[in-house]
Design a protein around this ligand. Structure first.
Ligand code: TA6
Length: 293
């Protein structure tokens, strides 16, 4: 379909008239709605929609580099590329058989890409919407018989929350994290949950495969299940940083929280013919969480 900018989008809808749907622009999920048609991902009201530049929000794919401590642009080039529909995806052995609608996308390096990152890769991305509205993303990166190469990766997931000061993350307690606000110095999480009173920009290391993000006002819990993604990025820019971002409304930091399944501390190295898989499953369930504020 074409959207308001006349930009090609893929929209996945569950059959039988329910309102659950996922919209994609290139390899970026830009909208995920539940069966009541509620939007579950954050999109900035000031997003700059200049394809293929990633818009601020949804779930941009950070590949082959997370952050800016490498030779490539911030978060790598994959999120700024137009992907193609993959008509003939190789079979996946992770399909649990449950009924879902899916689209398969493919990204291969262009001549330009090979100039800045000279590695032969095929990146296959399968995005699925289950009947109950759960969103699954499966990334498969294969080294197509080039020399070995190393990459880092993240599903840069902007969750929509009602009020960041009433949100808590469970599942990261006692973990070590690298704090991007102090040159990635290493700390250990002391709290019984991660809560938010100021800017947070951390990479939690060696996390469990299930993380919960509890939104008090909406009485909603995001359950994040992941495989092959040992690290979790947690980011909220808060007020001061937001004001310096042209593509984020001044107060919008209150309605967003990035919780990214990622591989950063120990990047992946693929030998010729090897393949890496990173699976992320998001669900949004009603919760009776009441903040202790
Ligand atoms: O940790 C997440 C992060 O690296 C933050 O430092 C912030 O830069 C965020 O990603 C957004 O990056 P972007 O390039 O999308 O503005």
């Amino acid at each position: 379909t074409k959207d308001w900018n006349g930009i090609d989008q893929v929209v996945l809808r569950v059959p039988r008239g329910a309102s659950a749907r996922v919209s994609l622009h290139g390899g970026q999920v830009i909208s995920w709605r539940n069966e009541r048609g509620e939007e579950l991902l954050f999109s900035s009201s000031k997003a700059i929609f200049k394809p293929p530049k990633a818009m601020r929000g949804g779930i941009p794919i950070c590949f082959p580099q997370f952050g800016n401590c490498g030779s490539l642009e911030q978060h790598g080039f994959a999120r700024n590329k137009m992907w193609s529909i993959d008509d003939d995806p190789p079979p996946l052995n992770t399909n649990d058989g449950s009924e879902r609608v899916s689209v398969n996308l493919l990204l291969k390096p262009s001549e330009d890409d090979l100039k800045c990152w000279p590695h032969c890769f095929e990146f296959r991305l399968k995005i699925s919407l289950a009947m109950d509205g759960d969103l699954t993303m499966i990334s498969r990166v294969r080294n197509i018989n080039g020399k070995p190469y190393t990459f880092s990766f993240a599903y840069h997931t902007y969750l929509s929350v009602s009020d960041i000061s009433e949100v808590r993350i469970e599942g990261l307690e006692t973990l070590d994290y690298l704090d991007n606000l102090v040159q990635r110095e290493r700390f250990t999480e002391q709290g019984d949950a991660v809560t938010f009173e100021s800017e947070v920009d951390r990479i939690y290391l060696g996390s469990p495969n299930v993380i919960a993000v509890l939104d008090h006002e909406k009485k909603r819990t995001f359950v994040i299940r992941k495989e092959g993604l040992p690290d979790v990025v947690v980011w909220n820019p808060w007020e001061k940083k937001s004001k310096s971002m042209v593509d984020l409304g001044d107060d919008e930091y209150k309605q967003m929280l990035c919780v990214d399944g990622a591989v950063i501390e120990k990047p992946i190295t693929l030998k010729p013919g090897e393949e890496w898989t990173g699976l992320l499953e998001l669900s949004a369930v009603p919760s009776t969480y009441c903040s202790d504020h």
